[in-house]
Design a protein. Structure first.
Length: 750
């Protein structure tokens, strides 16, 4: 008999199972149903990064458990990493179980970010697996009394090439124990020609449970006796709590207590709905806030802020001298608005403090770093804190999940009971960290032959507090509430891709590090690279127009890397690109719908994945509305691990970045953030998603670079360049709103 469908704890699976019956009998009013869900805690084990046993365990039944410190943020890396392990160990893919991001059982492989899960995390896993395979073959050679070079491995069984009767399984050699090996950094890796699983589209292991509703997101996780909490924070930036009145909360059924530690204020209840009502009923008197800059002039404000330092990130020849007296030049400034993660599921965490031990179930992409951060917030020794990763609904980058994690951890410590903290939509949209604003000033010139002669750029970026990515440099809200001093932002390497990706005889690129951001800043997808590439690739298009050369041809004439040329040609072929030196015929019209196409090329960090994108747009001149109808991508990230998974990443990156390019920006007044929901922070809707076509260039045996962040860097400039092709108007500010388009078109008409 199916359990009744409860409005309090309705799971996706219950919804699917009960949908037909619900149409007839409706939903049960029984609110007593509660679920205890989620994986049981595994016993702590070796997590030393130089130990093979930290990465893998072989069991008597032939099953293999793989342990990695990276996590899968919904990108399919759990499947891809399992493929890497299956091939390097030579075991069946189906025999592998993945454990990710549990600080008590997985090695610290640094945070999941910077586009490094496959290249760095997968590389470390691969070396551990290769070490294990070589050691097991050596053991088998000794047991079977045959030379090691006479043995082959297939599906977890080691066999003699010359005597079929001689074989041993991995499980027989290990017999349930560990390998006791150090990772050999020089262990011979399998050649790509022997891969059986890598390079194939193995179905993602997480999808079936997500479709059936059995998958446990952190928002679904429950513990017996768990309390529910809401943390109350001021709308006004920097406001302090002066007085708290919870008399109205006490009348709410299920209310337990109010917690206050300094400016950290929370209501605690027996169930979720009571916590929501109590948070709304609590009366807090707040002081005045610290204020915010005028949004209308924020880019000028950003340029005028004190600089912590300036750095020359690229210097070739003598750009200032080369600019002197050159007539054919372009000078332009580009802007990128403050944006937020806008995760679909508001952040959540569950924490339990018992017998001096704190366990937190979190969707943080940096579970190992969070141990240090939570130690500072809670006063609990780092060695007594365990983070267990669970997927967050809509989690990537450093959004609000780390804050919710700290909220739950602090409350569990103060109450001595398991506590679940769920943020509200306005918490997630308004209070989660933002990307800092960006301003990029470019100037360049052509020589007498129409080739690039000078390239100059000034990039105003947020100060990098984390050259070594120290976790405590990030200002968690709970820490700030408790009065713990914190720097202003947690973003690094924002200078990446500021350098010119083309051959130019005179280049000077400066990064100007603004001392203090006015919002808490953290990584948003492709941090720094997306803004810098928007400026560079928009500027390259302007230089091509000045030269009177087709923009694709102009780019290729300044590139010699065959892989760069290959991705550009792949995108052009998909798009059916037709060469033209000028803009489209539609650009000369003054009414109706204008259509155009634009190109952009990026090599991520100017060092790894190659991407070229062609965007096709329609511009409604009357309304200023822009629709991206089609995007064609040429992509080379080296060795492809899972083609279908890679295509998903590229396509998803395109669609999300179309949204960021056309409509996403955080709005605020002089006191507070006013983007608090989907109405005030809109994102792209399904009907407006473009058709995406991808040509993925595989280079077996090469390093497998990342694919989550590179494609988005190419999209904003491709769209802006397409709008220019369609209308003759240059759009140099992201997001490209209808108002900006109409203003740009008006300057052409004049």
């Amino acid at each position: 008999m199916n359990a009744p469908l409860s409005p309090s704890f309705l799971s996706r699976r219950q919804l699917l199972q009960g949908a037909a019956a619900a149409l007839v009998v409706g939903f049960s009013a029984d609110a007593s149903l509660a679920r205890t869900s989620g994986p049981a805690l595994a016993s702590p084990k070796s997590v030393a990064k130089d130990a093979v046993d930290s990465f893998l365990a072989m069991h008597a039944d032939g099953q293999v458990t793989i342990y990695v410190g990276k996590v899968d943020l919904g990108t399919g890396t759990k499947t891809a990493l399992a493929q890497i392990a299956a091939d390097e160990l030579d075991v069946p893919f189906a025999s592998i179980t993945m454990v990710m991001g549990d600080t008590a059982t997985t090695p610290d492989q640094w945070l999941t970010g910077a586009n490094l899960t496959i290249a760095q995390g997968g590389g470390e896993l691969r070396r551990a697996c290769a070490t294990a395979r070589h050691a097991l073959v050596a053991r088998a050679a000794e047991r079977l009394s045959v030379p090691a070079n006479d043995l082959v491995v297939a599906q977890g069984v080691i066999r003699s090439k010359t005597d079929a009767s001689k074989s041993l399984s991995y499980s027989a050699l290990v017999q349930g124990g560990g390998l006791g090996l150090k990772v050999d950094g020089k262990a011979a890796l399998k050649p790509a020609s022997e891969f059986k699983v890598v390079g194939t589209s193995v179905p993602r292991v997480d999808i079936p449970a997500k479709v059936s509703g059995e998958f446990v997101f952190v928002q679904d996780f429950r513990l017996p006796g768990m309390l529910h909490a809401r943390v109350i924070r001021p709308d006004d930036l920097g406001a302090k709590a002066l007085a708290v009145d919870d008399q109205a909360c006490r009348k709410i059924t299920g209310f337990v207590q109010t917690v206050r530690e300094g400016n950290f204020i929370a209501v605690v209840c027996k169930n979720e709905w009571s916590a929501v009502k109590a948070a709304r009923a609590l009366k807090v008197q707040w002081s005045a806030g610290t204020g915010l800059p005028d949004q209308a002039t924020v880019m000028d404000y950003w340029r005028q802020q004190p600089l912590a330092k300036q750095e020359v990130t690229q210097k070739v020849g003598d750009a200032p001298a080369a600019l002197a007296g050159v007539a054919r030049r372009v000078k332009a400034s580009y802007e990128f608005a403050v944006q937020t993660h806008a995760s679909l599921g508001p952040s959540c965490a569950v924490a339990d403090f018992k017998d001096g031990q704190l366990v937190v179930w979190s969707a943080s992409q940096a579970t190992h770093s969070m141990q240090t951060e939570l130690a500072a917030v809670t006063g609990i020794a780092e060695k007594n804190i365990r983070l267990v990763y669970l997927d967050g609904s809509g989690c990537y980058g450093r959004n609000g999940h780390e804050d919710a994690t700290a909220d739950a951890a602090l409350l569990a410590k103060l109450l001595g009971k398991p506590v679940r903290v769920q943020w509200m939509r306005d918490d997630e949209t308004a209070r989660a960290p933002k990307s800092p604003p960006r301003v990029m000033d470019m100037e360049g010139a052509l020589d007498a032959n129409g080739k690039l002669h000078v390239w100059s750029g000034d990039f105003y970026i947020a100060l990098n507090h984390i050259a070594a990515f120290k976790p405590l440099d990030f200002p968690l809200l709970a820490a700030t509430d408790l009065g713990q001093p914190k720097p202003g932002n947690w973003v690094g390497f924002l200078f990446q891709n500021s350098g010119a990706p083309y051959a130019v005889p005179n280049i000077l690129v400066n990064t100007r590090h603004v001392e203090k951001a006015f919002f808490r800043s953290s990584h948003l997808r492709s941090p720094g690279r997306i803004e810098n590439s928007f400026a560079n690739e928009s500027f390259m298009d302007e230089m091509a127009a000045l030269a009177g050369v087709d923009p694709a041809e102009f780019r290729m004439s300044h590139l010699s890397d065959p892989r760069a040329l290959a991705v550009i040609r792949a995108a052009l072929k998909l798009a059916g690109w037709e060469k033209r030196a000028g803009i489209s015929a539609d650009a000369s019209k003054r009414t109706g719908l204008a259509r155009g196409r634009g190109i952009s090329y990026v090599r991520y960090n100017n060092a790894t994945t190659y991407v070229a994108a062609v965007a096709e747009v329609e511009v409604d001149r009357a309304s200023g509305q822009v629709r991206v109808t089609r995007v064609c991508v040429g992509h080379d990230c080296g060795q492809i691990i899972n083609p279908d998974g890679l295509a998903n990443q590229i396509e998803g990156g395109v669609i999300q970045t179309v949204s960021r390019t056309l409509m996403e920006q955080v709005n605020w007044d002089r006191r507070k953030v006013t983007s608090v929901d989907w109405g005030s922070y809109p994102i792209l809707r399904f009907p407006d998603a473009p058709k995406v076509e991808v040509d993925m260039i595989n280079t077996p045996g090469d390093v497998a670079w990342g694919a989550g962040e590179p494609t988005p860097t190419a999209i904003p400039a491709a769209i802006a360049n397409a709008i220019y092709d369609a209308t003759g108007a240059r759009l140099r500010s992201i997001p490209i709103t209808a108002e900006k388009v109409k203003a740009a078109l008006a300057t052409i008409k004049a």
